[in-house]
Design a protein around this ligand. Structure first.
Ligand SMILES: NC(=O)c1ccc[n+]([C@@H]2O[C@H](COP(=O)([O-])OP(=O)(O)OC[C@H]3O[C@@H](n4cnc5c(N)ncnc54)[C@H](O)[C@@H]3O)[C@@H](O)[C@H]2O)c1
Ligand SMILES: [Zn+2]
Length: 359
């Protein structure tokens, strides 16, 4: 079993990684919440159907609450529903919420835990690759508004995170792809290993490596003042692709990027970021090639979908809240991956054209 500590104050916590890690749940609960008498397990139907929930033992009395699936369910109504169920069950300040699911479940259950009684403890059993290497670690919780994603939330760290790689055996293929896109990102964030080495490791070590990088960055910058921005590597174009996909879908237009899952959009975003860095003379062609090799090695597409317009993509990037109102990108360079402000729009447009977008 791999253990990674997320060193945030005042209460550092542990991420437990490995095949069968779910069996540690009772021990973890006893350790992090010795006073707890009741746990509310918040989960989704696929986890019940795959019999993972039946195998979970928190070691104390528990109730199961099932939330709906998909981004539409990530809203304040779901939070209200959860908190009302908590009251009904008699959940006290000393008790515990246990999120069992992907990033959506930990975002929602974590925010409910952050709000209920002004904050009670929660533990996450992360069951998607994306949640294990990213979403479950770092304490960002929250929900969407009709106006945009993740607009309401709280920084509320879990008391522990369990990443059981065996549970990933029931994960649908596209959810794997989604997680691998995020994993490809970490290949360029870790300092200790050459970028392509991550491809060669077995799944447990890959998850542990990525969880370790995420934990380090979060411990360094809990509230996203600076360094945490590097976790958005590949995400500026990815968010633009997702935004345009959403607009297409809402307008009933034939979809250009609407079919991309988040991690698939990140994979394309990584290639774009590499080309942009090269066009700004930050890296050379070999380093761009390495990005292609890693993204391709994780079995992900490296090309923009056809029919995209470069100016439209840049507009979408400027609207992205993470872009800080100017064209800021997270880019590879001589000191590794860092935020770069004030990138000229002309170079961005030219790079998008190089990837096949129309002007
Ligand atoms: N808080 C953060 O730092 C952070 C970071 C990245 C993403 N996120 C959020 O995470 C969400 C996406 O998370 P996700 O990609 O994990 O998707 P998800 O949580 O929506 O899960 C995808 C689907 O897989 C199912 N599923 C989960 N585990 C399964 C398993 N082991 N077997 C079978 N089916 C399973 C789920 O029920 C769901 O239908 C988004 O809402 C995103 O905003 C948060
Ligand atoms: Zn992401």
């Amino acid at each position: 079993m791999n253990r990674v500590t997320v060193d945030v104050g005042p209460q550092p916590y542990e991420v437990l990684i490995g095949s069968g890690a779910r069996r540690e749940l009772a021990d973890v609960v006893a350790r992090v919440a010795p006073m707890a008498e009741l746990a509310m397990i918040v989960t989704q139907q696929p986890l019940i159907d795959a019999h993972w929930i039946a195998q979970l033992d928190p070691g104390i009395r528990f109730e199961i609450v099932v939330i709906e699936q998909g981004e539409d369910a990530k809203n304040l109504e779901t939070i209200e529903g959860l908190c009302r169920r908590f009251v009904e069950a008699g959940l006290s300040r000393h008790d515990l919420v246990i999120a069992v699911g992907g990033g959506l479940t930990s975002d929602v259950a974590g925010f409910a835990a952050a709000s209920y009684h002004r904050g009670i403890g929660y533990v996450t059993v992360a069951t998607t690759l994306l949640a294990q290497i990213d979403a479950a670690i770092g304490g960002k919780t929250g929900v969407n508004l009709p106006e945009g994603k993740n607009l309401v939330g709280a920084f509320w760290q879990p008391s522990a995170v369990i990443c059981d790689t065996e549970v990933l055996s029931s994960l649908p293929p596209r959810e794997w792809a989604c997680g691998r896109g995020e994993m490809a990102k970490y290949a360029f964030l870790g300092e200790a290993i050459p970028s392509a080495a991550l491809l060669e490791e077995d799944l447990d070590d890959q998850v542990a490596r990525c969880a370790g990088i995420k934990s380090d960055v979060v411990a360094d910058d809990e509230r996203e003042g600076g360094r945490r921005m590097i976790l958005n590597y590949g995400h500026t174009l990815a968010h633009a692709l997702e935004a345009i996909g959403l607009e297409d879908r809402e307008a009933g237009r034939a979809s250009r990027s609407a079919d991309l899952l988040h991690g698939e959009a990140v994979a394309i975003g990584l290639i774009f970021a590499a080309l942009l860095a090269r066009n700004l003379n930050r890296i050379d062609d070999d380093r761009v090639e390495l990005h292609r090799r890693v993204v391709g090695g994780f079995d992900l597409a490296t090309e923009l979908p056809p029919g995209l317009v470069a100016t439209e993509l840049v507009d979408a990037m400027e609207r992205d809240k993470k872009a800080h109102h100017d064209l800021t990108f997270v880019l590879d360079g001589p000191e590794g991956v860092v935020p770069v402000r004030g990138v000229p729009a002309e170079v961005v447009l030219a790079t998008l054209e190089e990837m096949g977008a129309r002007r």
